[in-house]
Design a protein around this ligand. Structure first.
Ligand SMILES: Cc1cc2nc3c(=O)[nH]c(=O)nc-3n(C[C@H](O)[C@H](O)[C@H](O)COP(=O)(O)O)c2cc1C
Length: 386
């Protein structure tokens, strides 16, 4: 497949058998010229995504990186977002699951759609439903939860390189859409590098590396290994996204330097401060971000469980100072009407704001270790900060 530089566009006019005639437009010189090619040229995935990315990539997060949150992050400057992990078998088999778990909208691009699964044909069948709605289909090789152990997917496949490669190869052969993978690291450096090279050889177009093993989870999360991400970046030709150990925009810059990665991905830190994606400084207040989030949910509905989880993280700072509001936000709402539910939440957020000295309460700003408030990201993490 012939690839174009990022400064060039190819408009295909007609295919003749296996040959393509089109117009190549060079953005730098402004010159357009006709060309005949053996195959239809396409821009590389890295060019399509605009790598290297200045802003942070919004990580896949079950019950968190749904459409409304992605659109909030995009409002604050994010370009590249991942969907939460979707279960390939359920997605392939159930229209109800597809409707409930995957929504998108104009403006929700570039987008990576993530699946978990262990059967090449089933992952392929699921992926075929979303072709054309995303920049790449991503395979989850990082989930460390017990449910993934029972289902034999996520990080529990990392020891099964042959199986991983057969899934990647099948998707790469059958889909028009590129295939990417998100891995955790293995305890051995050599095996991690070998796995990364094999995934690339199988046809993967982009690799995200969370620099922790599957055992580094919850209270045992520990520091993230940026050295191994650097070694993977040096070992493969495809773009690499580094993930883990990033709680602030400054840490993201340090991660970029330490790993040489094409982009940096954030999960937990942006749940508290979505404006972190583009390093907005000063960030909008947590109150403003919570209200903006509720506006997004009004346009792109979600479940109360997801909304509540977001409000707790977005309002983590103010709630440390005014814990009595936790109960109000978590109180089960019997209102069936979504609009009424959102109004009730808006009123709680406004009331919280009114207590905050006009929003000037420094303890309520994200990412500051002041008084009773510690960032939500730091609750059981060893920071990679120097
Ligand atoms: C609520 C939550 C849900 C997550 N769901 C997924 C998921 O669906 N797929 C995935 O690959 N990783 C998932 N992760 C892991 C993150 O994408 C990321 O790899 C991890 O949190 C480390 O990044 P961080 O240090 O920026 O938080 C999830 C993390 C969180 C906090």
């Amino acid at each position: 497949m012939q690839e174009l530089a990022s400064s060039q566009l190819f408009v295909s006019i007609k295919g003749f058998g296996k040959r393509w005639f089109g117009l190549r437009f060079d953005v730098d010189s402004g010159i357009a010229y006709g060309m005949m090619t053996a195959e239809k040229p396409r821009t590389s995935l890295a060019d399509r995504l605009g790598f290297p990315l200045r802003e942070l990539v919004v990580a896949p997060m079950v019950d968190q990186s749904e459409l409304a949150f992605r659109m909030l992050c995009r409002k604050y400057g994010a370009t590249l977002c991942y969907t939460p992990m979707l279960h390939a078998r359920l997605f392939a088999e159930s229209a109800k699951y597809r409707r409930a778990k995957f929504t998108t909208a104009p403006g929700d691009r570039p987008l990576m759609i993530q699946f978990c699964g262990n059967d090449p044909e089933i992952v392929l069948a699921a992926a075929q439903y979303v072709e054309g709605q995303c920049e790449a289909v991503d395979l989850n090789l990082g989930c460390p939860q017990n449910i993934a152990k029972r289902g034999r997917y996520g990080s529990f496949l990392l020891e099964e390189a042959d199986l991983i490669c057969s899934i990647v190869a099948r998707l790469a052969a059958k889909l028009q859409t590129p295939v990417s993978c998100k891995i955790r690291i293995l305890p051995s450096r050599e095996r991690t590098l070998d796995l990364a090279r094999r995934i690339e050889d199988a046809g993967c177009s982009l690799l995200t590396v969370h620099g922790r093993t599957k055992e580094q989870n919850k209270e045992r999360v520990g520091a993230c290994d940026w050295d191994i991400i650097r070694a993977i970046k040096d070992a493969v030709q495809i773009p690499v996204i580094a993930n883990g150990g990033v709680g602030t925009f400054a840490e993201a810059q340090r991660c970029r330097e330490a790993t040489g990665a094409d982009a940096i991905m954030s999960a937990e830190a942006i749940l508290e401060n979505p404006a972190l994606v583009a390093g907005m400084d000063p960030a909008p207040s947590p109150i403003q971000m919570a209200l903006d989030y509720l506006d997004m949910v009004a346009r792109y509905p979600d479940t109360k469980k997801v909304i509540q989880a977001h409000l707790f993280k977005l309002l983590h700072g103010p709630l440390c100072v005014h814990p009595e509001f936790r109960q109000l936000i978590s109180r089960p709402h019997r209102v069936r009407d979504v609009e009424a539910y959102l109004d009730a939440m808006r009123q709680h957020v406004d009331a919280l704001d009114a207590l905050q000295l006009g929003g000037e309460d420094a303890r309520c700003r994200p990412h500051q270790n002041i008084g009773t408030y510690y960032p939500w990201y730091g609750r059981h993490r060893v920071s990679n900060a120097v």
